[in-house]
Design a protein. Structure first.
Lengths: 161, 161
DNA sequence: TATTGTTATACTCTATAACTATA
DNA sequence: TATAGTTATAGAGTATAACAATA
């Protein structure tokens, strides 16, 4: 066993009668951490940005008409103050814009600027490459199976809420 | 579609010819974030502790003879300074202890104290419950399949290093 | 009164790099 | 020279709560 494998192999800490679930969780966590670390590093090195910023822009790219701060907060699963902070940064860099909404002066609509759209397109292309690479070890059929199984897991988390 | 489902359903942002991989990644990330959030919240509310602290103690529980700071750093996939900080906290609370190693005065052996072992046993019991609950939506066969597929993903990440 | 969004604050976690002590 | 560990620092990310403006 390589030192790297030894390093990453935290799964054996599962030790109870429910060892199967614990091993699965540790493996799931390890996979997402390994991929996420690479994505974060890539975003930082190549684009001088962070995953939350990328995620916010990705939401806006899907909604050209714009999203309210509250929508962003829900979708990104973080509290409002954080969305304000990230949005402020992106506005300062000219990547997104806040525009008022008629009929409710409390609300803003946040959208990508043209610069933001171009910038996001660049990042998304690289991001796609990193992700495709991460799953190259699986056959198309395995990709599909994994997607289906994780769908059941995700569905169940929502039922637990 | 419920608001919650809508909120969590970030997957549709995948839009390229490699949509399958992107959808899979977003689903994997969502699953691990949902479970991790619950574990973090549980550790904070019930035990006033954090996931990195729990993970460090879990490593020590697996190694009653103790681990060197460097080993912990490798296993937890974080840099040395951070291990020092977390270890300092746990030592201050009497949960772990540093003891010298004869033959190399640079090295420390970090171990759980008796209090640390009892404390970890409490946490591990609850932790197991949260994890078992998270995967209740899967049959034993599906648990096994998912574990196998994630094993391939994990294996491939190591090859990419 | 309730809601949208902002501000202020504090804390955890992390990486980096300079440093000490020992090998 | 190299290694084990610490210290110092800075920044990301987060939650909480108080607040202002509007509904």
């Amino acid at each position: 066993m390589s030192e790297l494998q030894e390093t990453l192999d935290m799964e054996a800490r599962a030790h109870s009668e429910h060892a199967q679930e614990l091993r699965l969780w540790l493996r799931l966590l390890t996979c997402s951490q390994l991929i996420e670390k690479r994505v974060r590093a890539g975003l930082r090195e190549h684009f001088d940005t962070t995953l939350p910023r990328f995620d916010l822009m990705a939401q806006l790219e899907r909604h050209p008409e714009g999203l309210k701060m509250k929508d962003l907060s829900h979708r990104l699963m973080v509290t409002g103050g954080n969305v304000t902070g990230i949005t402020d940064q992106l506005v300062a860099e000219g990547l997104v814009e806040r525009t008022g909404v008629e009929g409710d002066r409390r609300v803003f609509r946040v959208r990508l600027t043209e610069l933001g759209r171009r910038s996001f397109a660049d990042m998304a292309e690289q991001h796609e490459h990193w992700i495709v690479e991460a799953f190259e070890g699986l056959t198309p059929r395995e990709l599909e199976q994994l997607h289906r199984l994780l769908g059941k897991v995700k569905q169940y988390q929502k039922e637990l809420e």
